[in-house]
Design a protein around this ligand. Structure first.
Ligand code: RIB
Length: 290
């Protein structure tokens, strides 16, 4: 059994700033680094570091080959990753002294999935496998439909949220991962409990996993509703915290733990991630989390 992650791979250009740049402002940065990122790559790394058998499917340009090498050194199976002539996806990330971030994403090669490629990858897997996808690639709705029609379980992280998300067949998704902004945009509600209740009413077969930053996380699914508070840590960089959460939560579920224990594991893992700079590099190993 494994996870096949149809995921983005981004070159992250990270700039440390004393506050986010404002409209019309030009600002010098305190430091700059180039990191391995992309919600897809980060989630594959989180799954692998959590001990899950994970296959990444996606595309990079030649300048993004180091992203594929990073996946490989982290234990992710990269046989389905393709290198092409187009420009790799990248992100421009501002990180403040408080560890908060804001991110611009250029889709690049994350937007060149074809139906044939998706079919080819899925043909190599079976109903015992789980498909994971985020909203940083094209063909998201198609990937969800195709995986479900093969009897596979589907996890979808609706990040970054956009106008297309509600057009996807979310009723086919087994686990929907959203933060408070994404949950509010999809449900039309603002309060945490109103968000989960509205999503559960609309998607009765979908378990909702809502992460709410310093307020912790909430699971609402067939087993009931569980909330776990966040750990108190000093955040250096919150980039990839949500991705770590998704990977370790799925690890808990695949290991046969209940949703509350999976939330606990994911909470502990993402608490470590935010204490370190960068994206994929900040994600801990399972042993450290335990
Ligand atoms: O979730 C964090 C990620 O979002 C970054 O690594 C960046 O690439 C963007 O995709």
């Amino acid at each position: 059994m494994g996870v096949i992650n149809f995921g983005s791979l981004n070159i992250d250009y990270t700039y440390r700033v004393d506050g986010f740049v404002q409209p019309g402002e030009t600002k010098a940065v305190q430091a700059m680094s180039v990191n391995c990122g992309g919600k897809g790559l980060n989630q594959s790394v989180a799954l692998a570091r959590a001990g899950v058998n994970v296959y990444h499917a996606g595309f990079v340009g030649t300048q993004g080959i180091f992203l594929v090498e990073k996946l490989g050194t982290c234990g992710v199976d990269t046989r389905w990753v393709r290198t092409v002539e187009e420009s790799s996806g990248h992100a421009v990330i501002q990180v403040t002294d408080e560890g908060q971030n804001c991110i611009l994403v250029y889709t690049g090669t994350n937007g060149i999935f074809t139906e044939d490629y998706v079919d080819q990858v899925l043909d190599a897997f079976g109903p015992e496998d789980l498909v994971l996808v985020q909203n940083e690639t094209n063909l998201v709705g198609s990937i969800i439909r195709k995986a479900k029609s093969r009897g596979m379980r589907v996890a979808f992280n609706a990040a970054p949220v956009d106008g297309q998300v509600t057009q996807y067949p979310l009723d086919l998704v087994d686990w929907l991962f959203v933060n408070e902004t994404e949950g509010a945009a999809i449900s039309g509600e603002q309060e945490y409990s109103a968000i989960t209740q509205a999503l559960r009413r609309r998607l009765p077969h979908t378990a909702v996993v809502l992460t709410v930053g310093a307020d912790g996380s909430i699971y609402a699914g067939p087993e009931g509703t569980f909330a776990v508070p966040a750990r108190q840590v000093s955040a250096v960089d919150t980039t990839a915290a949500g991705d770590t959460f998704t990977g370790f939560f799925l690890r808990g579920i695949l290991a046969g733990e209940g949703p509350e224990a999976a939330l606990e594991l994911a909470t502990a893992a993402s608490a470590i991630t935010v204490t370190r700079p960068g994206a994929a590099d900040s994600i801990p190993e399972l042993a450290e989390v335990l």
